[in-house]
Design a protein around this ligand. Structure first.
Ligand code: ADP
Length: 606
């Protein structure tokens, strides 16, 4: 070899990345290139074992003899003592120009290559492990419709025992519950390159349907053509059943809230309304859609009430901390009116125990209050009739006791009258005494009627007849008092079943009260007819009329506005008793200075 070509060869060797050195038969280094020198601080003339291993004799693993004696090339791997570098070593026998043998060693640094290899090996293992053990189904399939690979989870999910039988199924026909879904799947992949969380119904080996959540993408060849697919399937059957159960439970709760007859409302801690049921709509007048998420709950309470309510809920005194038990209060309806209600409420806490919302139930007290009022009224009426009964017994006793001596006096006075001539001045005094005793006798009769109303047989009676009779009897007296009578009796006024005597007393009382109400004269109008299908008589006067407070008590026994001689206050209460006993009613319309009208109605005789 020329010197020139020798120099060229050397410079090539120097430029190589691989370490190269030549050792002669007694292990003396003849040549080391630059890459070799960079790793081992040796130089020509030193022993190779000194350079490589720092030893004073050949390395234990040295294979120089194979090369020198057998002339074979060997390849082995050299690990640096600190294990940081790995070299692939190739050693060849080299015959020198002088016939001497040398050994050429090429040290190729494969550290990073090995590491990468190792890394790759690890990830492949990891992926296989993942593929085998993951609980979702993982698969690779062909475009034509066969599975190329599937993990055990997928086989389990779809009920196949062996991978072999699974790889043989026709995906379109044997897997899809609706085979057209496979076309849709392929179209989606063609268009989007993948499908994500696609819900589809598959069937298991035994044909039972299974609801799957599928995520997949296309596998393409280098030109971008889709070869097949790979993806993950998650069994949704259980989740779907859970969701269904949850929805059912939710529906049930919603129905419960919606159908409650009491107003149920919920709000978050800032007062934004979250729930507003049907009863709340009815009781408070706001439609759910105008309050939920739009109105603050404070608007239904009077000023400051919302704060007071929250204080009570948080205090332990009103049913325990976090609760308010049946508290009476008022709320504003949509139309501005006030609602009297009982309110119960509770705080709802989140998982961390923080206040999340409040829920309240409002019970409208209208009906309860009106029941209570009615009850109170009935109790009062009962008390009143007790009083009346007691009064009745007392008055009848007194009347009886007084009656006999009174008749004695009257008879005596009549007797005296025959003995005194009409011209005598004393006769006038006698007449006065007689008229007063007669008045006393009438009063006693009234008292007796009150205490022991006569139990006369009832018969068919014409109200027109009774009224006519009474007016005829009193015509003269009324005229003397400047009272004009207007009689407007309707022949169609039905007959009634009644005690004639009691009816007479009723109308007599009406007429005499009207007369008392018109001391300066006036008009008494008596009209008959039909009112609400009942026989009716209206007795009107143009007299003084009544104030509200008087009107409220006229049917009470012993209520009178008249002086002690004129009135005892029993007339109307007796009338009231009679008419009610007959299944009828008396009502009055009156105002001071505007006269009075009594309306008496009685059911028609059958
Ligand atoms: P009395 O006539 O003995 O007072 P009543 O029971 O008949 O008893 O009447 C009760 C009261 O009702 C009367 O005192 C009077 O104040 C009022 N009243 C009854 N009828 C009339 C009427 N037509 N106009 C005005 N007030 C009347």
């Amino acid at each position: 070899m020329s010197k020139e070509s020798n120099t060229r060869l050397l410079s090539i060797l120097e430029a190589l990345q691989d370490g190269i050195y030549i050792v002669n038969e007694d292990f003396t280094v003849e040549y080391m290139n630059r890459a070799m020198r960079a790793h081992w601080a040796g130089h020509e003339g030193t022993k190779c074992y000194e350079v490589l291993s720092g030893l004073d004799q050949p390395c234990p693993w040295c294979r120089a003899r194979e090369i020198f004696d057998q002339g074979e090339a060997v390849q082995w791997e050299y690990h640096s003592p600190d294990e940081t570098r790995i070299f692939e070593v190739t050693e060849l026998p080299l015959a020198g120009p002088d016939g001497k043998m040398s050994k050429l060693a090429i040290f190729r640094d494969v550290t990073s290559f090995r590491k990468q290899e190792e890394r790759l090996r690890v990830t492949e293992q990891d992926y296989t492990r993942l593929f085998e053990n993951v609980s979702s189904g993982v698969y690779i399939s062909s475009k034509r419709g066969r599975f190329l690979d599937a993990n055990p989870a997928l086989l389990r999910m779809l009920g196949y025992e062996t991978k072999e039988e699974f790889l043989n199924i026709d995906i379109r026909k044997d897997l899809y519950l609706n085979p057209e879904d496979r076309d849709r799947f392929q179209q989606m992949i063609e268009k989007e390159g993948r499908v994500v969380d696609w819900e589809v119904d598959f069937k298991r080996k035994d044909g039972t349907p299974i609801h799957i959540l599928l995520t997949a993408h296309g596998r393409r060849d280098p030109s971008g053509q889709i070869l097949g697919y790979e993806g993950i399937m998650v069994d949704q059957t259980q989740r779907r059943a859970m969701a269904e159960k949850l929805r059912e439970a939710n529906d049930f709760l919603n129905k419960l809230i919606a159908s409650s007859p009491n107003a149920i409302m919920a709000a978050d801690m800032r007062g934004n309304i979250l729930i507003w049921n049907h009863a709340a709509e009815e009781i408070l007048g706001y439609a759910a859609e105008e309050v939920v998420g739009k109105m603050n709950i404070v608007e239904i309470w009077p000023d400051g009430m919302a704060r007071d309510i929250m204080k009570m809920i948080r205090s332990p005194e009103y049913g325990g901390e976090g609760r308010l038990r049946s508290y009476p209060l008022v709320a504003h309806r949509r139309d501005g009116s006030l609602l009297e209600a009982n309110f119960s409420a509770a705080v709802i806490y989140d998982a961390e125990g923080n206040e999340a919302a409040s829920v309240g139930i409002l019970v409208d007290l209208k009906e309860r209050l009106s029941m209570e009022r009615k009850l109170r009224k009935t109790q009062e009426q009962l008390l009143q009739s007790e009083k009346l009964a007691a009064m009745g017994r007392l008055t009848s006793q007194i009347a009886h006791e007084l009656n006999n001596p009174l008749y004695g006096i009257m008879n005596t006075l009549e007797l005296l009258k025959t003995e005194i001539s009409p011209d005598n001045r004393r006769r006038k005094v006698l007449d006065m005494a007689l008229s007063e005793t007669e008045r006393l006798s009438t009063l006693l009769k009234k008292m007796l009627t009150f205490s022991r109303p006569d139990q006369e047989e009832r018969q068919k009676v014409s109200l027109n007849e009774v009224v006519d009779e009474i007016l005829l009897l009193h015509e003269k007296q009324l005229r003397e008092n400047d009272i004009k009578i207007v009689q407007d009796l309707d022949a169609s006024c039905p007959l009634v079943m009644a005690s004639k005597n009691q009816l007479r007393q009723v109308f007599l009382n009406m007429v005499s009260n009207a007369q008392d109400a018109m001391p300066e004269g006036g008009v008494l109008t008596v009209k008959s007819g039909v009112h609400d299908g009942k026989a009716a008589v209206w007795v009107s006067d143009t007299g003084v009329g009544m104030r509200e407070d008087v009107k409220a008590h006229i049917f009470d026994a012993f209520f009178t506005t008249k002086d002690a001689i004129k009135g005892v206050g029993l007339g109307l209460s007796v009338c009231y008793g009679f008419i009610k006993e007959h299944g009828g009613d008396i009502t009055v319309q009156s105002a001071p200075g505007e006269g009075t009208t009594f309306l008496i109605t009685l059911p028609p005789a059958p």
